[in-house]
Design a protein around this ligand. Structure first.
Ligand SMILES: Cc1cc2nc3c(=O)[nH]c(=O)nc-3n(C[C@H](O)[C@H](O)[C@H](O)COP(=O)(O)O)c2cc1C
Length: 206
């Protein structure tokens, strides 16, 4: 198999929310998760686990939890924002059970890190999640990083026997992109606009 360059994977990976029923093999999932565990993590403690979910009933339950959180979110938004892709109906909100695989990325005893700001809490799992998405992209598979299931974290943990000390960081649907979905074309502000030099607010031009 021809290997995709890292550059191409980086520049074309984007959120895919609708998938074909074409199956994703265990070997493919194993390849993707082998990339996941290459990620940086605090102290190399590797307190991550990845639950691979194929069971239809479990996927249906995740669909219900997701839809519940998504409906609340959309109800809170004005119409202009609801036209944005994450807020439109998709297989995530309508038939999650038909998505070939769900990967639940988990972290045991996430630490808030140093200082008063808990922004670093997920920093030992999200690099692995990004590796999952890039490795999947390189294999022609679509993914999307989702977190809405966490509204029902306790129910998720009860259903799947996840220990109390473990947090579910992301639910990553995985499958081949359905017609109408495409890689690439994600809209981003130019990096120069969000890059400062030496002092906050000092862009290259200033
Ligand atoms: C922390 C985080 C949480 C996210 N949660 C969701 C989610 O619950 N549902 C969803 O459809 N997308 C979710 N996304 C995906 C974003 O909507 C997506 O990255 C963004 O819209 C850019 O999309 P693009 O890569 O297709 O351009 C999440 C992304 C991040 C980083």
């Amino acid at each position: 198999m021809q290997k995709m360059s890292l550059h191409e994977a980086l520049y074309t990976q984007r959120a895919i929310r609708n998938f074909t029923p074409y199956p994703v093999s265990d070997a493919t999932v194993a390849t993707i998760l082998d990339a996941a565990v290459r990620a940086p993590n605090g102290g190399n403690t590797q307190r991550w686990s990845f639950l691979v979910i194929r069971d239809r009933e479990t996927k249906r339950r995740f669909g219900e939890w997701y839809r519940d959180a998504w409906s609340d979110l959309v109800a809170d938004m004005n119409l202009q924002r609801t036209s944005a892709q994450p807020y439109r109906p998709s297989m995530l909100t309508q038939n999650m059970e038909d998505i070939p695989v769900l990967i639940l990325a988990c972290l045991d005893r996430p630490t808030p890190g140093y200082g008063p700001n808990p922004i670093t809490t997920g920093s030992s799992i999200y690099p692995a999640v990004q590796n999952i998405m890039l490795a999947a992209r390189a294999l022609g598979l679509g993914t999307v990083l989702t977190t809405l299931h966490t509204k029902h974290e306790q129910e998720v943990k009860a259903l799947l026997g996840i220990p109390e000390s473990v947090s579910t960081a992301a639910l990553i649907p995985l499958g081949y992109p359905a017609q109408g979905e495409s890689f690439g074309g994600g809209r981003r502000r130019p990096s120069a606009e969000v890059t400062f030099h030496e002092r906050w607010g000092q862009t290259a031009a200033s």
